[in-house]
Design a protein around this ligand. Structure first.
Ligand code: PHE
Length: 515
């Protein structure tokens, strides 16, 4: 059975239907003069969607009086008020007296000049102001009164003039011409949106009115999750590493000892990188235990490793003369927020040294990681105190620098970075070391994209790797390529507490890059 909603008092759609029962066409300005056009439109749309009515929108501009003009329409123009005050005082008035008589300084200031020009007033013999005529015609007041009543004026020039004088402004008015529609009725029938099992069982479907599909309606916003651009680029890098046969390193520790972060990497204990200005030290606890095996699979020899690191720093070993300073155990046990993921690469290489592959020697290995590192930097548009490091390490017999430069070309090519340049650089743990640059077409210059190098024997032999096993490593930030790919200029828009969530939600799921 069709459900009928009775037209209640104050129910706009019903009132519209009611009004149409007398006349086939109505004007909203006549029938509903005091109802807001937005409310009216809502009701009209509801009825029109059911074809109960049709309507046209009429856009019109109406002239409206400004606050000052309302006063003029009521009490006359400024010049008329000045004239009136003088006409009422036949002996004339001084300036001060006129002000008192009119009761508004501003009206006198503006009105006096105009009244003079119109020759309504003048100066008497004694210099007093006097009225010069017995009657005047206050055009401005008349015009404004007409506009107040009719919201327009038959002479468009007058409206233009009053607008210039800032007495009148125009206002858009929307009204509607409403007609009976093909399904016009006095009552609004409830429309069914679903055909239900109950309706089929009871037969109600035969008489039910179904709501037509609205193909124009927009779906509700889907509140779906979104991946952070850093995560998307991280995913791309991981795919490249997996494609090239790399194994992911476990980087789930932000805190390391100085040993893994520095000493094992042949970074001397006086190196500036170890200063408070560059590294965050943990205050509680301050130090950790000496390095030791953390799982059963780890067959590494930590005793001799510790001793070897001390010796190579202090006295020199493996053909190296070392740094020749008294190496302090305490310094090596201090806890730091890792400044690079190379700390993890080092621990992985040390475990590799204990593995027995073909011929009883450590097998070749390829490791990578992408994770957070911390540096005590002054935060600015391109630096944060933490960022993500992408790091790769290759260990193999007979690696050559030339072969590794080629490897870099292939690796970066997969990320869309071409035309590499290598520049000699310095790291305490690699020799040779090379900074990697690429020509940035957008910036029209070479930009640094990474740091790399061949790990030193002081580092590798101390952990027990064979002399002829070479290890090459490189590192870059995840933020730099992400900023370029997503056109972000300020790193704080990408990472940290200032990141705008909508930036993450709105950036496209898929990026198409021109190459
Ligand atoms: N640890 C270097 C850095 O933080 C990157 C690097 C890794 C360099 C391995 C050489 C070898 O910039």
């Amino acid at each position: 059975m069709a459900n009928v909603q009775n037209g209640q008092q104050g129910d706009l759609p019903s009132e519209i239907l009611q009004a149409l029962s007398q006349k086939d066409t109505i004007l909203s300005t006549e029938t509903f003069p005091s109802i807001k056009s937005t409310d009216l439109k809502g009701a009209l749309d509801r009825l029109a969607s059911r074809s109960m009515i049709t309507y046209e929108t009429i856009d019109r501009e109406e002239a409206i009086l400004e606050a000052e003009a309302v006063g003029i329409a009521q009490s006359g123009s400024h010049e008329a008020r000045v004239w009136e005050a003088l006409r009422n005082n036949k002996e004339g008035l001084t300036g001060a007296e006129l002000e008192a008589a009119v009761g508004d300084k501003n009206v006198v200031k503006v009105g006096q000049g105009k009244a003079f020009k119109l020759k309504w007033v003048g100066k008497g013999k004694d210099g007093r102001l006097v009225a010069l005529v017995d009657s005047i015609k206050d055009d401005t007041q008349e015009q404004l009164q007409i506009i107040q009543k009719t919201r327009t004026h038959w002479d468009p020039k007058i409206i233009t003039d009053l607008k210039k004088r800032k007495l009148v402004k125009m206002q858009k008015v929307i009204s509607f011409k409403i007609h009976k529609g093909p399904k016009y009725a006095l009552e609004i029938v409830k429309e069914e949106t679903d055909l239900t099992a109950d309706m089929l069982a009871s037969g109600a479907w035969k008489t039910a009115t179904f709501k037509p599909y609205n193909f124009k309606s927009l779906g509700a916003d889907q509140n779906a999750g979104a991946l952070h651009p850093l995560n998307k680029v991280r995913h791309e890098f991981r795919q490249i590493f997996f494609e090239m046969g790399f194994e992911e390193m476990p980087t789930n520790r932000y805190v390391e000892t100085g040993f893994w972060n520095f000493d094992a990497l042949f970074v001397p204990q006086q190196h500036p990188a170890r200063d408070l200005q560059d590294t965050f030290y943990i205050s509680d606890p301050k130090t950790a235990d000496k390095p030791h095996a953390e799982d059963a699979d780890d067959k590494g020899d930590y005793e001799s490793y510790w001793k070897n690191v001390q010796e190579v720093h202090q006295d020199g070993k493996y053909g190296s003369i070392g740094y020749r300073y008294p190496w302090a155990e305490d310094e090596s046990l201090r806890l730091v927020l890792r400044t690079h993921t190379t700390a993890i690469s080092t621990a992985m290489l040390h475990k590799l040294a204990a593995q027995k592959g073909p011929g009883g020697r450590p097998p070749p290995a390829r490791y990578f990681s992408i994770d957070r590192v911390f540096r005590n930097e002054t935060v600015d548009a391109t630096h944060l105190a933490e960022f993500h490091q992408v790091e790769g390490v290759i260990a193999d017999y007979g690696l050559s620098l030339g072969g590794l430069m080629e490897f870099m070309e292939i690796f970066f090519h997969k990320m869309g970075i071409e035309d590499l340049r290598f520049k000699p650089a310095y790291n305490p743990y690699t020799e040779p070391s090379m900074e990697i640059f690429s020509f940035h077409k957008g910036l029209n210059k070479l930009v640094e994209i990474g740091n790399s190098g061949m790990f030193r024997p002081e580092m590798l032999e101390a952990m027990g790797l064979p002399k002829d096993m070479r290890v090459f490593g490189w590192g870059l930030s995840l933020e730099r390529p992400t900023m370029i790919k997503y056109k972000v200029n300020n790193i704080r828009e990408l990472l940290g507490h200032k990141v705008d969530l909508s930036f993450i939600e709105r950036n496209p799921a898929v990026r198409l890059e021109k190459t």
